[in-house]
Design a binder for this molecule. Structure first.
Ligand code: FEO
Ligand code: CA
Ligand code: CA
Ligand code: CA
Length: 635
């Protein structure tokens, strides 16, 4: 998401103190016992053949790093090949409904609803029958660039343009197969589907049917049209896909902003889209509860194309980046999520019930019952999970929380009241399959320490933090632990930056603004960057290059640059086949850095990746990375 859409509003942050002084060394324990076994089952889809593992003593990174690049191209190490696939506008493969992409962007809204959405973001690979050569790729389409989406760009808005924009948001499920050394989309496919900003979704969990979730169009408060701003993604051990609804606030207009609830959630007087003019449910002055129906984690069963995706309210409402699942030793689901907004929070949900054998159908209500917590990072490397439970502490009717549903709908206000730690924009999380440490990228927060804003704290130690950091923690005892110990993997930065506090402490290749995180089965942490022009100081682009993907050996801390994206993109996602020989990664918004052309009919074209047609429109796309020798990626 572009920085100007995701950064702080003055009235859109918590008022908690930043530095907490509570520490509880007595709770310090370590993960032990059957953790490895549990993680083995959690990560089973990623299990590698034994011969693929590299001895830790030799380091995990076996490739030669690439230099920074400003080319309008994908750069990968010697011995690797990167191939774009499934670009915006390609038909997803719904049988009988496969409209071809028109390079002049003249596809209709109805056609767009059967094609890959725009601005690919989080993605996950679901092997079919355990295969590493055949499976489903599920991904998010976070937002659109209307200048590129429509044939005549931003000129002459209409209901059809709004419908097309809505159709280009949401999720895609596509089927892929490796044939003759090349991954191809399988079309038609019985799995292929789109879920858009106007598809019906169910609402489940404690906030389903709540008064604050009811609208004129849905008096039951249990069925919503659409999912929006789908950013990062996680895969559950029972085979479903979790997607975070991130910057939903910007799609609504809220008039005079008299409602403090709307203000706390970053709604604006006017939407950054034109949707409220043509689809009145996005006018929050007329439909004040409609925004409450966004900001949830959406669960999708990719194996059943007839299934209705579900918004899981027990996981709390937030500008969710995404959600990632661990299992306790006794088989309960622990779902981590963060909220990518300045001075917002990190959450953990612990399910009441154990994961049942039988896949998605057997676990259709698993994420509807459990306890949500918010993180407080204390001094001395200690932290606590604070429960968001109605009736406990300040979360009472007298304090404005009528019931558990309201606690979840107003999770930001509840976290404010509990004194949680406000973070530097939590993006992706990832769980180390080797030892259960949980990692979270905190992408940046230029507002920290500025006038009227919270100052640095132990977990967010830099004022005017333009570079970001990666924090990590280990739970006391098991993933449901109420305490944890934490430290920083790295403070991102550029050693040549003019500001000492932006130089960071990276060991290896410099980078800024970590966003996507994913572990492979060998325990390599893959880091995607999303460094916008606004975050850079003079010379940063020349020194660090386009956004990129790096690999980190967390046992040594070494970071090595693996892939650089084309001009103006961000790199996001990172999913592997079970044998580790194919990496899928998304290139989002190539060409973004050019700015508006000044002519509303002419889209921005600083990049024409991946088609390279003269004057062609840049298209977000998935990149498939393979080794020429067929070996394990990164080894
Ligand atoms: Fe959509 Fe926080 O990136
Ligand atoms: Ca993004
Ligand atoms: Ca992101
Ligand atoms: Ca980002």
């Amino acid at each position: 998401m572009p920085k100007d859409l995701a950064t702080l509003d003055d009235d859109n942050h918590s008022g908690n103190p930043s530095i907490h002084d509570v520490s509880d060394p007595a709770r310090r324990t370590v993960l032990h016992g059957s953790l490895g076994l549990m993680l083995g089952s959690l990560m089973a889809p990623l299990t590698l053949p034994a011969c693929a593992a590299s001895p830790a003593a030799q380091g995990l990174l076996g490739f030669r790093g690439v230099p920074p690049s400003r080319a309008d191209a994908i750069v990968v190490p010697e011995g690797y090949v990167a191939t774009p696939i499934a670009a915006w506008g390609e038909p997803v493969g719904v049988p009988g409904q496969m409209p071809a992409w028109k390079p002049d962007a003249s596809n209709t809204a109805a056609e767009q609803a059967m094609q890959m959405g725009m601005h690919h973001d989080g993605l996950q690979f679901y092997p079919l029958d355990g295969s590493s050569t055949h499976g489903l790729l599920v991904m998010n389409h976070e937002y659109v660039d209307d200048g590129l989406l429509h044939h005549d760009g931003l000129k002459d808005w209409s209901a059809e343009k709004v419908r097309k924009a809505q159709a280009a948001h949401g999720l895609s499920v596509i089927e892929l197969r490796l044939e003759a050394g090349r991954w191809q989309m399988v079309r038609p496919s019985r799995y292929a589907r789109r879920v858009t900003a106007s598809s019906p979704l169910d609402i489940a969990g404690p906030a389903a049917g709540h008064a604050l979730m009811k609208t004129a169009a849905d008096p039951q408060g249990r069925r919503v049209l659409g999912t929006l701003s789908n950013c990062a993604s996680g895969m559950t051990p029972w085979g479903t896909y979790l997607s975070g609804e991130e910057n939903f606030n910007g799609y609504f207009s809220a008039g005079a902003l008299e409602d403090p609830h709307h203000r706390r959630w970053g709604l604006r007087r006017t939407s950054w889209s034109r949707w409220p003019e043509f689809d009145e449910r996005f006018d929050a002055t007329r439909h004040p509860h409609e925004p409450n129906r966004f900001g949830w984690i959406v669960e999708l069963d990719p194996m059943d194309p007839t299934s209705t995706p579900v918004k899981r309210t027990a996981l709390g409402r937030a500008a969710h980046e995404g959600a990632w699942v661990a299992l306790t030793r006794d088989g309960r689901a622990v779902v981590y999520s963060g909220e990518d907004a300045a001075f917002e929070y990190i959450y953990k949900f612990v399910s009441r019930d154990k994961v049942a054998p039988g896949g998605a159908k057997a676990n259709r209500t698993l994420l509807d019952h459990g306890t949500l917590h918010v993180a407080r990072f204390d001094t001395e490397g200690r932290g606590r999970w604070l429960p968001l439970v109605h009736g406990q502490g300040p979360l009472t009717a007298a304090k404005g929380f009528a019931d558990q549903g309201e606690v979840l709908i107003k999770a930001r206000q509840a976290s404010d009241a509990l004194g949680a730690t406000k973070m530097d924009r939590p993006e992706w999380l990832a769980i180390d399959p080797k030892n259960g440490w949980v990692y979270c990228s905190l992408t940046n927060n230029a507002a920290r320490g500025t006038l009227g804003m919270p100052g640095p704290d132990p977990a967010n130690p830099r004022a005017q933090n333009v570079m970001g950091q990666i924090i990590r923690w280990q739970e006391d005892g098991d993933f449901d632990g109420t305490g944890f110990r934490w430290n920083h993997l790295v403070l991102a930065g550029d050693p040549a930056n003019e500001r000492a506090e932006a130089r960071g402490n990276v060991s290896g290749d410099a980078f800024g603004c970590p966003d996507g995180l994913s572990f492979d089965a060998r325990g390599v942490l893959w880091i995607d960057t999303d460094m916008g022009p606004g975050a850079m100081h003079k010379g940063e682009l020349a020194r660090l290059g386009n956004n990129q993907m790096l690999a980190c050996d967390v046992t040594t801390g070494e970071v090595r640059r693996f892939l650089v994206g084309p001009v103006g993109c961000e790199v996001t996602g990172g999913a592997f086949t079970p044998d580790g020989t194919t990496l899928f990664v998304n290139i989002q918004h190539p060409g973004e850095s050019a700015g508006d052309s000044g002519d509303p009919t002419q889209p921005r074209r600083s990049s024409n990746w991946p088609d390279f047609a003269p004057g062609g429109r840049p298209r977000s796309a998935t990149v498939v990375v393979r080794r020429r020798d067929g070996g394990v990626i990164g080894a």
